[in-house]
Structure formats: C-alpha cells, structure tokens
Design a protein around this ligand. Structure first.
Ligand code: ADP
Ligand code: ZN
Length: 210
C-alpha cells in the first residue's frame, strides 16, 4: 500500500504511521524526522533547514522534494510506504505525481485547532530515536524516559505555544488545500482524530480496509 497521511501538525499522523507500519511491514517516511536527524548531525541540509523548522515554518519545497526522491528510490519502498508529513504543499504533491508514484490512499486525520494546541503542548519526544509521547495521552512507561531506547525525553522547540499558532496558520494556508487536490482523484478518506490513540487506530484501519 502506498499511503499519504494528511492532517494538521499534532493530529497524530506520526503515531498512526508507526502502527500501520508495524501492521503492514512497510516503511514510514517522515520528512520531519529526516530533517531533524539532519539537523542533529549538522549536515548542510540540516543547517539550512534549522531556522525554518524552529520558527515553525516550512522548509523549502526543493529541499523536501529532494529528500523524498532519494528516499523513495530505496529498495524497501518497493512494496509500499507511508508518507508522514509529505506532501505539505501543492507543489510538493505535483512533484510526487511527476515522479510517477501511484498513491493508493490519502488519509486525512481531522482534529480541531483547539485540540491541536493542547496536544502539541503536552508532546515530548526522544532526541535519540525520534519516538513521540504525550504527557496525558501517550505516557512513556517511566516518566520522562523513552520506552524504546532509554534516552531522556525533551520538548521540541517548535512545540512552543507561539510557534504552534504559526504552524497551524501555515497548515490551513498551504497544506489543507491538498484535501481538495486529492479529493478530485477520489483517493481522499477522512477520519476524525480521537483522544485515545487506539480509537483513532480503529477508524484508520476501517478506512484502509486492513
Ligand atoms: P508536525 O507534523 O508535528 O508539524 P513534522 O515532524 O512533520 O511535524 O515536521 C516538523 C517540521 O519539519 C515542520 O514544521 C517543517 O518545518 C519541516 N517539514 C517537515 N516536512 C515538511 C514538508 N513536507 N515540507 C516542508 N517542511 C517540512
Ligand atoms: Zn528513544
């Protein structure tokens, strides 16, 4: 299955991506994670992206399209993949089309802005492995510690309240039009994001028929 996950920042795309990835044994490609990894490693791309990411703005289309081209060319994508956080603009969607990638489904996880602000405020992430947690909705087994690798959890800089508002504004302006773009292809499905991860997963599996 070739799947795109759409939704506002903090709608739970990454969490659902991990679960679908495990169920279907296909890789998740998260442009956000790839960019953060590059920032951590201080690569040229990472250094270029840093200011935009930390201000809650989008990295340029050229850069993310380059990332996706390179990633989709790897063998593990042959049997399908989950795109988490790409495309985020119409030009990115057009670039994906022009790569000749046949997407099976575009799944939108719909969450209201008020709920997003609360979710991102409570989000904590693992700086070592990228796993994501929430103080209320997805607690690690041990407070402040990553279940997967034992590193100490941190709050992302772009999850600060002022930055969240900027990210939501950009989402409505640049990413939300993708719903219309993909509904024209008949591939768009939408599920309302729930408070409990498992409840959203149930709706997601139903929508995907898996
Ligand atoms: P979230 O979904 O929580 O906003 P991500 O981890 O997907 O976070 O992305 C974090 C940041 O990385 C974004 O705010 C943006 O700066 C950058 N980024 C990720 N994916 C893209 C993309 N497709 N286009 C442009 N910028 C991106
Ligand atoms: Zn970890």
């Amino acid at each position: 299955m070739k799947l795109i996950l759409l939704g506002a920042p903090g709608a739970g795309k990454g969490t659902q991506a991990e679960i679908i990835c495990e169920k279907l044994s296909i890789p998740t490609i998260s442009t956000g994670n790839i960019i953060r990894e590059a920032m951590k490693n201080g690569t040229e791309m990472g250094l270029k992206a840093k200011a935009a990411v930390e201000a809650g703005q989008l990295v340029s289309d050229d850069v993310v399209i380059g990332i996706i081209k390179e990633r989709l060319a790897k063998d593990d994508c042959n049997n399908g993949f989950i795109l988490d956080g790409f495309p985020r603009t119409i030009p990115q969607a057009e670039a994906l089309d022009s790569l000749g990638v046949e997407i099976d489904c575009v799944l939108d996880i719909d969450v209201k802005d008020e709920a997003i602000a609360a979710r991102l405020g409570g989000r904590r992430v693992c700086p070592a492995c990228g796993a994501s947690y929430h103080l209320e909705y997805k607690k690690p087994a041990k407070d402040g510690i990553c279940n997967l690798c034992g590193a100490e959890l941190i709050q992302r800089k772009d999850d600060a309240p002022e930055t969240v508002l900027e990210r939501l504004a950009i989402y409505h302006e640049q990413t939300e039009p993708l719903k219309n773009y993909y509904s024209k292809t008949g591939k768009l499905k939408s599920v309302p994001g729930q408070e409990e991860v498992a409840d959203t997963t149930k709706l997601v599996f139903e929508a995907l028929g898996i």
